[in-house]
Design a protein around this ligand. Structure first.
Ligand SMILES: Cc1ncc(COP(=O)(O)O)c(C=O)c1O
Length: 387
């Protein structure tokens, strides 16, 4: 028997990380002690109060029924209060939706608004879900917006062809480049979306992972943003809860309502106990300053970042010290797949930049998701390849 996959599935590009993942698995099977700096999954645990809250909420038998497609009112209230404290942005209940991780929200917003052949402007390099999950799997056409180093890894709106574009993605603090942007850029982005009637999906998954006193903004702080923007946040990186699948989208009512319609036909809200725990996690903010737990977390990432960046620079590689995210984006001065394969030979796994798009070629991404001793070990191993 042969079951032909749907055309939209056949239209997905080849999975460029597959080759490197195969090599990583081979190394692991051979028992090689690999330092894995390739995946964006924190090694640090959720805060203790989150674990205790899970114990309590999961034991409460009232928390095991279906949740509303848009999420529990209490969770949406906690999100609105967090937005007010953190970004000074006011949100009504119908401007918030709970998500089973932001990934599904990013993809489902496409189902709600992208028609076949609609163009979706996606950064390149970028988190692959925007082009694949949102555009291609909804029969839209991803149109790359190059993020060039000489432009601070930001798209240049003056060179974009906005004709027939229905939707645009932006993500700062940025995965994979670690780039951040200022309010002037965010205003330019909102104006571009308003002028061209484009839904602006702003992925703010890394807003809470920042260093050196930098506090990333919300695009919803820009005047007029509520007319065109949906912003995505996640508890995955903020509270080290990647496996708990809890996130939220906020912003324009029509966009939130479209997303709710889609989700009501596909899934229910996240488990009630997870929403209750996430509400308490968000309530740990007293102001726009990160709570103690996050300050500690971010200090650990900053120390790892300094070790890695200083060491890479001493070996002659060019890379910026990111002010946010737990990624270091380094110019590897050759093909990224070739470089990643060479590092694997000495037991270091990194992500080749080309897997994030053609403009990622020539770079590799290091994740700071290993203890500093392991990062030091990785640096020693990389140094051996440069001699
Ligand atoms: C830029 C970006 N957005 C969204 C996500 C998805 O996060 P989650 O689905 O866990 O909320 C990730 C995960 O790595 C990411 O890097």
């Amino acid at each position: 028997m042969h079951f032909e996959p749907a055309q939209r599935v056949k239209s997905l590009p080849p999975y460029l990380f597959a080759e490197i993942e195969k090599l990583i698995n081979e190394k692991k099977a051979q028992g090689v002690d690999l330092v894995s700096l390739s995946i964006g999954d924190p090694d640090l645990p959720p805060p203790q109060f989150v674990i205790e809250s899970f114990r309590k909420e999961v034991a409460d038998l009232k928390n095991h029924n279906y949740s509303f497609s848009q999420g529990e009112p209490e969770f949406r209230q906690a999100v609105s209060e967090w937005y007010k404290k953190r970004f000074h942005v006011d949100l009504e209940q119908n401007q918030v939706i709970a998500l089973l991780g932001s990934k599904e929200g990013l993809a489902n917003v496409g189902r709600a608004f992208v028609n076949p052949s609609d163009r979706v402007l996606v950064p390149d390099p970028a988190y692959p879900v925007y082009a694949n999950g949102t555009a291609i799997l909804n029969e839209g056409v991803p149109v790359p917006m190059p993020l060039r180093e000489d432009n601070g890894f930001k798209p240049d709106f003056s060179t974009l062809d906005e004709s027939k574009a229905k939707m645009m993605f932006l993500n700062y603090p940025n995965n994979p480049t670690g780039a951040t942007v200022d309010m002037d850029f965010l205003k330019e982005a909102v104006d571009f979306a308003l002028d061209n009637n484009i839904i602006l999906c702003y992925d703010n998954a890394y807003s809470e992972i920042s260093f050196d006193g930098y506090i990333p903004p919300s695009i919803l702080e820009v005047d007029g943003a509520m007319d065109v923007v949906v912003e995505f946040h996640s508890c995955s990186k903020t509270f080290n809860m990647t496996g708990d699948r809890i996130a939220f989208a906020v912003g324009n009512k029509q966009i939130i309502s479209g997303l709710t319609k889609i989700k009501s036909q596909i899934d229910s809200g996240p488990p009630v106990y997870v929403q209750r725990v996430a509400s308490q996690a968000l309530q740990s903010y007293a102001s726009n300053e990160p709570p103690e737990f996050l300050k500690k977390n971010n200090k650990i990432y900053a120390e790892r970042r300094d070790i890695l960046v200083d060491s890479l620079r001493s070996m002659g590689f060019e890379c910026a010290k990111p002010r946010a995210t737990f990624y270091v984006w380094a110019n590897c001065k050759c093909g990224s797949m070739k470089f990643a394969t060479k590092l694997l030979e000495v037991g270091v796994a990194v992500t080749p930049g080309v897997g994030f798009g053609v403009y990622g070629e020539g770079y590799v991404r290091f994740s700071l998701t290993q203890p500093k001793e392991r990062i030091l070990e990785a640096c020693n191993r990389i140094r051996r390849t440069t001699k």
